[in-house]
Every structure is written in C-alpha cells, then in structure tokens.
Design a protein around this ligand. Structure first.
Ligand SMILES: Nc1nc2c(ncn2[C@@H]2O[C@H](COP(=O)(O)OP(=O)(O)OP(=O)(O)O)[C@@H](O)[C@H]2O)c(=O)[nH]1
Ligand SMILES: [Zn+2]
Length: 287
C-alpha cells in the first residue's frame, strides 16, 4: 500500500493483507510495523454475506449523490444521511445529471424534503453535470463543490455514495484534473488499504481537500440502522427537538403512540413538518 509521509513524499510499503489498514488511516512507523492511530471516523459497509467492513477512515464529509436517472430507491437518501450522521461524518447532497429532464423537479423535491420547511437541515446541496462539467450552465455547481472541499478553515476529506449509475465515477473524474495521480495517505504516514481485489484511492484535489474513491463501496450496502440511531439521527429530530433539550418520556420512545413524545409534540405545534414524521415512520417500519 502507499503511504504519504508528513513531508508530502509518497512511499510504497508492504503490509500484511490482514493488517486492517483502510484508506484514510493515519499510521506511525513503530520498528518494522505500521501502527494505526485512533480513527476520528469510520465509514462502514455491509457485504453480500451481511458482514460489516470499515471502508474508509477519517472522512469529514460524505456526498450522497442522486440523479433524475436512475432514481434512488425509496428511503436511500434518508438512510445515507442517518448512516453518515451516526458515524459523525457530515453529509451533503449532490444532484448530478443537471442536463437531464426532471433535474429541476428533483432539485425542488430535494429542497422541500430535506432543506426547507420546519425541521429542514443545513445540508449543502450541489447541482452538477459530471458529463459536461465545463458547460457554462453547469460550471458553477462543480466550482462550488470544489470550493466546499477546499474548505474555509481547513480542507475537507470526503467520499461519494449513491446508487449505481448516478454518476459517481464521472463526478470524481470531473473534479480531478488529468494530471492528478492516485496517492496514498496522510499526516505522519497513512495507510492506503488494499481491499481484497479493489484498491481504494485517496486523491488530492487541486484546490485543496481530498477525495476517497473506493470501487468496492461506491454502491455499498448501508449498514443496518438501529432504532436508536434512526431516532437520534433522523434528519430534523436532533436539530429541532433533542438539541434543545427536549426528551420523550421514555428513553426508547419510538414516537408511535407513546405518551409525552417530544417528536409528536414538535409536529403538533409546527416545529417539525408532518412529512418528516411520516418518513421516519416508514423507515422504522422497514428496519
Ligand atoms: N446525461 C448525463 N449523464 C451522465 C452524467 N454523469 C454521468 N453520466 C452517465 O451516467 C452513466 C453512469 O455514470 P458513472 O459515473 O459510471 O456512474 P457511477 O455512479 O459511478 O456508477 P457505478 O460505478 O455503477 O456505481 C454513464 O453513462 C455516464 O456517462 C451527467 O451529468 N449527465
Ligand atoms: Zn417520542
């Protein structure tokens, strides 16, 4: 795997296949070994056998990519947002294929569902056309996305998830100039893990920030969300209710028909949109 030294120099090192390093890990050289530092965040995926793997370490942001075509399955965006928030990775949204019919409607729908209205999130939203990123009508979206990665105070490290075919690879290519080389990782030294047959890559963006691209998790199965995580991280619940110190009477309240439910109280007095509770209930049903 490749490591990036603090000096910025890159070096290839041999590690055991089962060393457990993943892309984004910070490592230190201890004698003959690379010792992993504690991770700030872990992005997990579930494989076909139902096992959970860490696919990337120390991500700051996770871009949930959708497009007019193919449509993402019902609940996908909410599940992705919840998974990111539960992992302490800040989510953002990307609507790709802005050139296709239906893009404007999708953007309106995204705003209404996640951003506007009572309980809406401060969720960065980028509207891009990865297939023609330099067309005048699409260039701004990509520029804004690159500015977001470059960060105001410090650069961000992110990755994209989304249904197969929404254009994640195209987006990565649009964000990286031709000369960009796949690089290893970080700080001191960092592990760029080889995941069985797929190689995870950490790209440095020209304007600042880093993009992790891992073929194996582009379309990864989201790990199961627990009832507790669903309630804690459902978009809007925390912002409107829990962060202002309101609690349901029962710690494990599912916000169904329990008495003294803070979520239902927020819906009845208009602080939370009823559609939010409805989407929560649909996800709860499907857990
Ligand atoms: N019209 C249009 N097509 C696009 C755009 N971006 C990507 N595509 C097309 O969408 C198809 C899928 O793009 P990919 O980048 O391979 O999608 P992906 O999300 O990486 O797909 P997986 O690797 O299967 O997860 C390709 O045919 C792209 O050319 C876009 O902005 N507009
Ligand atoms: Zn409740």
């Amino acid at each position: 795997m490749d490591v990036r030294l603090e000096s910025g120099e890159r070096r290839s090192v041999k590690v055991r296949r089962r060393s457990g390093h993943v892309v984004g890990d910070r490592v230190e050289v201890v004698g003959e070994r690379l010792q992993r530092r504690e991770r700030d965040t872990e992005l997990r995926r579930r494989d076909a056998m139902g096992r959970t793997h860490v696919v990337a370490a120390n991500l700051d942001v996770l871009g949930v990519v959708i497009a007019p075509l193919p449509p993402s399955p019902a609940g996908f965006v909410d599940r992705a947002l919840i998974s990111a928030r539960a992992a302490a990775i800040a989510p953002f949204l990307v609507v790709n294929k802005a050139d296709l019919p239906g893009a404007a409607e999708l953007v309106a729908d995204v705003r209404e569902t996640w951003i506007d209205g009572p309980g809406g999130l401060e969720l960065p939203l980028f509207i891009v056309c990865a297939a023609a990123p330099d067309e005048p009508e699409h260039a701004r979206g990509l520029a804004e996305l690159l500015t977001f990665f470059a960060g105001q105070r410090r650069p961000r490290r992110g990755a994209f998830i989304g249904t197969s075919g929404v254009g994640k690879s195209s987006l990565v290519n649009a964000m990286l100039p031709d000369v960009a080389l796949p690089v290893g990782e970080i700080n001191e030294y960092s592990g760029l893990g080889r995941h069985t047959t797929t190689t995870a890559t950490l790209h440095e963006l020209p304007g600042g920030g880093e993009l992790i691209d891992t073929p194996g998790f582009r379309d990864f199965g989201l790990v199961d969300i627990s009832e507790a995580a669903l309630s804690e991280h459902f978009p809007g619940f925390r912002e409107v209710v829990f962060d202002s110190g309101q609690r349901c009477r029962f710690n494990d309240c599912r916000h169904l028909s329990e008495p003294d439910c803070a979520i239902k109280a927020a819906v009845s007095d208009g602080r939370l949109a009823p559609a939010r509770l409805q989407r929560y209930l649909e996800l709860l049903e499907g857990l």
